[in-house]
Design a protein around this ligand. Sequence first.
Ligand code: NDP
Length: 327
Amino acid sequence: MFSAIVIDKTDDQQSVSLQQVDEAQLPEGDVTIDVDYSTLNYKDGLAITGKSPIARKFPMVPGIDLVGTVRDSSHADWKAGDRVVLNGWGVGEGHWGGLSQVARLKGEWLVPLPAAFSGKQAMAIGTAGYTAALCVDALVAAGVTPDQGEVLVTGATGGVGSVAVALLKKAGFTVVGSTGKASEHAYLTQLGADEIIDRATLSERGKPLQRERWAGVVDSVGSTTLANACAATKYGGAVAACGLAGGADFPATVMPFILRGVRLLGVDSVMAPKGPRMAAWARLARDLDPALLDVIAHEIGLGEAIAAAADLIDGKVRGRVLVDVNR
Ligand code: NDP
């Protein structure tokens, strides 16, 4: 038996609880992992609170991230004792996930734990941090360079935003963080923000074309925030869009794209192929100061994850939530 968060659904009513689960119930897969840490991402918050239909079958163990040690494997790439990381691939949505002491997964979904990080640090980064790295990679590949001017990070105190601020600063950019948390300016400055703006300045519908300010943008908010970010992006600049914390709509015009050549770069972490995944983790290993992870992440036990998920969706959480599944 092992402990896991289990989401169940009967007659359209979702229930979530910490349960003891029999190993015979583990799903199919060629690698069994003793999990050390998982995390809470926005998507886990949506799944646990039931605010969006993230879990696609029931019962479901949520958790789109995990780090642990291979217990047994019939996959050619992995053997008992290997330290592995899992981010995405629909785990925690359609396949039992990481908020559990044991997981059984497909070997092709796993990457080796980067040598630069402990398991705990890799989960302090988690999907949110790895997505931030994908966003920075996308901007850099689009030709955005520090000499072109300021870059904007929206949802700056969130998981994606926090890591994006730190990575962009390290890459030499002048970073402007947009946040709704007036109390967290010192936090953002510590991560590397050069200037902080109130997210309210981006949340009202604005003009189709605004003063050209941003050379690049990492947006985890969507909706009017993304529309305004595009409208204020400089000629030839790029906007990496990865999130919907402010809404899934996109009330924009094509003007920034057709008159200023602004590029809108969609970023997905879930099905990202192994190449970009490894590149993103390599950027994190090279550019993210591990000491900052102690500032960005706070740790909770498995039993606290249900309450913390509600706080995350209510926007009350700063940075990343690390879950020790063995306490
Ligand atoms: P967090 O909850 O940690 O951060 C989201 C941040 O967005 C909050 O901290 C807050 O920052 C801001 N925010 C919250 N609500 C609103 C609102 N109504 N209007 C404007 N800003 C708001 O989530 P994550 O960082 O884990 O994820 C951020 C987004 O990115 C989510 O939508 C998530 O689904 C998405 N995502 C997408 C991935 C992909 O593969 N494309 C992978 C990972 C995440 P502040 O208080 O500083 O304003």
